[in-house]
Design a protein around this ligand. Structure first.
Ligand code: PDD
Length: 288
């Protein structure tokens, strides 16, 4: 079997031959940003939106985009060539490798640009049917969570704490408000209304989040952006978590207690149908 090719700084090469300097600022400081883009039937999902967000993240860390959307499209095509299974495209840019370790930005250093594609694991049908268990944890992350930064230690620690408590994800609470998950955005349903926290520096502007809002609006399902306090979360009829790789997951246990009757709710069932239909249209090459 051929080793998968990855992209690094202008070249496509086998994964085992891809090398970066130990002085790379991504390695030393977590000084970089990334994107994760699902690919269905060879068609990247909302590529333009993901690349726009990558541009926002780069501006957020004061790094010039190394190139435009066309070049990313060429790289994506190179990585996806001949791959039939659904893939997840990973893009990462760091501020590059300077000659020494100094926190201040180096002068005239070329960013490191890396991309790879890997098969998306098949959905866990049991979790999809039964829903997932979640804990609430203090959002101990920084104030710039809208930047898709590779500096993910807080997310990693929080996610592990959830795992240690036998849960699939944590919903993060900052100043009494639920922000998002460690790797996902948050929705609740209350009395038939779908709610998600408004975009702010305290959460990632998820591409799946935007799509879920669009799908709800197009199906005339009432939806709105609103702050979600811990009591709102605890009294929600349904809780969903969204992300590019996990799509729309129903949360059926919150802090050890059942959400409603402990099974995925009717609006989640409707939304997952809309979402799957959208994915299937994308497979046929329709624009999504
Ligand atoms: N993360 N919030 C956080 C903190 C995330 O890390 C992610 C996704 C999301 C959902 O965003 P989107 O719908 O655009 O995937 C929200 C990716 C999948 C990851 O880090 O692997």
């Amino acid at each position: 079997m051929h080793e998968p090719l990855v992209y690094l700084n202008g070249d496509f090469l086998p994964l085992s031959q891809a090398r970066i300097s130990v002085l790379d600022r991504g390695f030393l400081f977590g000084d970089g940003v990334y994107e994760v883009i699902p690919v269905y039937g060879g068609h990247p999902f909302r590529l333009r939106q993901h690349l726009d967000r990558l541009g926002d993240s780069l501006r957020g860390i004061r790094l010039e985009p190394p190139f435009g959307h066309d070049e990313w499209e060429r790289i994506a095509a190179g990585l996806l060539d001949g791959r039939e299974a659904d893939q997840s495209l990973y893009l990462q840019i760091t501020r590059g490798a300077a000659g020494n370790r100094d926190h201040a930005f180096p002068v005239a250093v070329t960013p490191t640009v890396f991309a790879m594609a890997s098969p998306i694991p098949s959905p866990n049908t049991e979790k999809l049917q039964k829903g997932i268990a979640v804990v609430t944890l203090d959002d101990v992350r920084w104030q710039l969570c809208h930047i898709k930064s590779i500096t993910l230690l807080a997310n990693v620690l929080l996610r592990q704490q959830a795992t240690d408590e036998g849960c699939d994800e944590a919903i993060l609470i900052r100043d009494g408000q639920a922000t998002e998950g460690t790797v996902s955005n948050l929705f609740i349903v209350k009395d038939g209304l779908i709610l998600t926290p408004p975009k702010s520096h305290h959460l990632l502007p998820g591409i799946t989040r935007d799509l879920v809002l669009e799908l709800a609006a197009s199906a005339n399902l009432p939806c709105a952006e609103a702050l979600i306090g811990l009591p709102d979360l605890e009294s929600a009829d349904e809780i969903w978590l969204t992300s590019s790789t996990r799509e729309v997951m129903a949360v059926t246990t919150l802090n050890g207690r059942a959400v409603s009757d402990g099974t995925p709710g009717p609006l989640w069932r409707r939304m997952i149908q809309l979402y799957q239909a959208c994915k299937e249209r994308l497979r046929t090459g329709a624009d999504y």
